[in-house]
Design a protein around this ligand. Structure first.
Ligand code: ZN
Length: 337
């Protein structure tokens, strides 16, 4: 059997939020909104199960954005004090909120969501959170003075949170660190140490998702500038292999990442992206099987988790469903031979 999982996010049904947007507006409010989020999570758990995935999640139906969904519940952040910041190494300029006081987590952010998902699936359950370096690249610092001080403060908060998510039934806790690919040297210097602090003491599996971003124009343009071979992972995979993080993801489908870079992770489970998220074209099972076959030249099959390149959030719902099914069918095809 080849294990299967998704990076995390799935489209919001159109009765929950505006479709095909990265920052959609909710279409419900108050208790109707809370109910609609649970209904959406339930339908995506069912779709993932029916696609035959071995690990499932809530599709991030409870949060508008993968970073701000966590930050919204954290004290010490002034949301009205917007700072213009070029994030992911100036790939996009956005108005971000500002940390103005020591950060504090008054209560768990995602615990109830994981408890809800746990109630509805027997499969392995993955919880996703932004990693400390990516958080610090998505928020301005008006308090700590040093980026690493703020990152480690967030790592401590994340650690409190993931211990609760583990207690609520998560089998895997994943940190999303797209910022690693934009700041590869800093990732090796302190990003991985911050990640380990965030995952300290966990008995369940820990994972890190590092991608080249959603299939939006800014990312597609950036990828075009990266040349014939994308070797960003090479700068920090050796340090990640020495870390205590159990699972590491990489983009592989339609990417220019050389497969041989997977050899830098001999002691890890490798989540190999075999589903492209930058295209609405639905892969065939054979195509997925072919990509898994190509990756298995570099990773033993018992360490390989067939995965999506990144989240599926901005895609049309039927496309995301098709891609989930292709992922499951492709993995079954490989297992047959
Ligand atoms: Zn991603």
């Amino acid at each position: 059997m080849i294990e299967t999982a998704i990076a995390g996010s799935l489209p919001k049904p159109e009765w929950l939020a505006e479709p095909e947007k990265l920052w959609p507006a909710w279409r419900q409010s108050d208790t109707a909104l809370e109910q609609a989020k649970r209904d959406a999570a339930l339908l995506w758990i069912k779709e993932q199960e029916d696609a035959g995935l071995s690990t499932v999640g809530d599709g991030e139906q409870f949060r508008i954005h993968f970073v701000h969904g966590f930050l919204e519940k954290i004290e010490g952040i002034d949301w009205s004090l917007k700072t213009k910041m070029g994030i992911r190494n100036d790939r996009y300029v956005v108005d971000v909120p500002t940390v103005t006081a020591p950060i504090r987590r008054p209560k768990s952010v995602h615990r109830a969501e994981i408890e809800f998902a746990r109630l509805h699936t027997q499969r392995k359950l993955k919880a996703t959170l932004p990693g400390p370096m990516t958080i610090c690249d998505t928020i301005a610092d008006g308090h700590y003075g040093k980026r690493t001080d703020m990152a480690f403060a967030f790592a401590d908060l994340l650690n409190e949170e993931v211990r609760e998510l583990e207690a609520a039934g998560a089998d895997i806790v994943q940190f999303d660190e797209p910022a690693f690919n934009a700041f590869t040297k800093e990732a090796a210097d302190w990003g991985i140490a911050a990640l380990e602090r965030a995952a300290a003491g966990l008995k369940c599996k820990s994972a890190v998702h590092i991608c080249y971003g959603y299939g939006i124009k800014a990312n597609i343009d950036w990828k075009k500038s990266l040349g014939e071979q994308w070797r960003q992972y090479e700068d920090f995979f050796p340090a990640l292999n020495r870390s205590r993080i159990d699972q590491v993801s990489l983009e592989f489908a339609n990417s220019k990442v050389p497969g041989e870079l997977m050899r830098l992770l001999p002691d890890k489970q490798v989540m190999v992206g075999v589903i492209d998220v930058a295209s609405n074209e639905i892969e065939s099972a054979e195509q997925v099987a072919e990509r898994i076959g190509a990756a298995s030249q570099f990773v033993d099959r018992d360490r390989l988790i067939a995965c999506t390149n990144c989240g599926l959030a901005p895609l049309p719902r039927h496309v995301a469903v098709g891609k989930l099914r292709a992922l499951g069918a492709g993995a079954r095809l490989v297992a047959q031979v």
